[in-house]
Design a protein around this ligand. Structure first.
Ligand code: CTP
Ligand code: ZN
Length: 151
């Protein structure tokens, strides 16, 4: 008899995003535009984690993320691990990595920046990956974890 069970149902094919902070999980759903996703999504929140105390987990059936989507996950959930499931088996576990350059999906914190005044897509260099600091390509002002807003 199996005493230990999965907290959240196993999936046949798709991606498990593990080690999301409990406060980040809704943001991950939002930036990946999963509100309109049609297949099953499981969310486990406030689960115990040895490393992080509490964590959240997302399981998205039949979804395998592109690199630009993985970069988004990394900014919101820098400790996340992506787990690829094929035919119920774990085939790959990959920790996400904060990219060196970030395009489009973050707003510049400077209200006078051209990207906030005109229809110019944002562009940033990531200058600090630990505290998260992004330097705007246009106005050179910094956007940080405290001021970050997602488009
Ligand atoms: N998982 C899943 N569906 C499957 C297989 C695995 O949803 N068909 C999930 C598990 O719930 C777990 C994660 O994928 O959250 C990793 O699975 P596995 O490596 O088997 O778990 P553990 O060895 O317990 O890894 P960890 O301790 O890192 O959770
Ligand atoms: Zn700017």
């Amino acid at each position: 008899m199996q005493k230990k069970e999965l907290h959240v149902s196993a999936i046949q094919n798709g991606t498990v995003i593990d080690h999301i902070t409990s406060s980040g999980v809704l943001q991950v759903l939002r930036i990946l535009n999963l509100e309109t996703y049609e297949d099953r999504i499981y969310l486990g929140g406030n689960l115990d984690s040895k490393k992080y105390g509490k964590k959240a987990i997302l399981k998205i059936e039949n979804k395998f993320f592109r690199e630009d989507e993985i970069n988004k996950i990394a900014l919101v959930a820098p400790n996340a691990t992506l787990i690829e499931i094929r035919d119920y088996e774990v085939v790959k576990k990959t920790p996400v990595e904060i990219p060196n350059d970030v395009y489009h999906f973050i707003k510049c914190a400077n209200p006078n920046c051209i990207t906030n005044v005109e229809e110019v897509p944002t562009r940033f260099k990531v200058t600090d990956k630990n505290d998260l600091r992004l330097k705007c390509h246009y106005c050179e002002k910094n956007t940080t974890r405290a001021t970050i807003e997602y488009k």
